[in-house]
Design a protein around this ligand. Sequence first.
Ligand code: ATR
Length: 269
Amino acid sequence: MRKVYGVIGFPVEHSLSPVMHNAAFEALGMDCVYEAFEVKGKDLECAIAGAKRLGFGGLNVTIPHKEAVIKFIKPDRVAAEIGAANTIDFKKMKAFNTDAPAAAQALRDSGVDVRQKNALVLGAGGAARAVVYALLKGGASVTIANRTPAKAADLAAYMRAVGDVFGTSLDDLREKVRLADLVVNTTPVGMRWEDRPLVTRDMLGRSQAVFDLVYRPLDTPLLKEAKAAGAKTVDGIAMLARQGALSFELWTGVKPPLDVMERSARDAA
Ligand code: ATR
């Protein structure tokens, strides 16, 4: 019987995951389908139990459920350390985090080495958790700068067991950017074309790298600024495709064609 996979979140209608996973299933000739399901917080536990009972192959979990999901499904060690998960495997009945290894891979594949580098992470929400973890595990020192400084301090305190991390405000951003080898945007700033990026070309230089988790528009205002300054850039689709490929492999045991997944997501972005 055809296996069903999906992503649960709210809102989820614009998710690129169905396009990406269905492209991989088709390329591999697997009789499987991947759909997006809108699930609100109060229904999260029910939806997960329902998907399991219906025999789903696996689920991705996205905004705003990545932190709540580990209350209902036991996280593996990495997801527990991050405090968030984006992948449920019903065979193992475990929740995993493929965002963190995907962030590390996206940087590595773009030729950005983080070992012993200073990284500045903008934002301290769910997306920042996985990125901060990946950067610390990769040997970077991390400064988390957030609009609400208390949240940056809390996340830094949570991650201090993993590595050298500090939380602060968005004040004096120019100086914070100057001290960074790598700037990562995990805030939604840039999703609307009229958004003014938090970091602009006059703050950046050729020796720096800029990674924007926002992938719609693909060429975000921040990435445009980074390119204008001659900085190296890594876009959000690179990370999205890699987290999808890692989830796919967890569920099926098959390594999917990353190029197919990434191209389908880029075409649909
Ligand atoms: P996600 O799961 O995508 O990380 P989130 O948990 O809601 O979403 O976190 C969004 C992050 O972007 C937060 O760090 C938020 O800052 P606050 O903690 O002050 O809310 C940040 N953010 C959202 N809109 C922003 C804006 N216009 N300027 C600066 N930071 C913003």
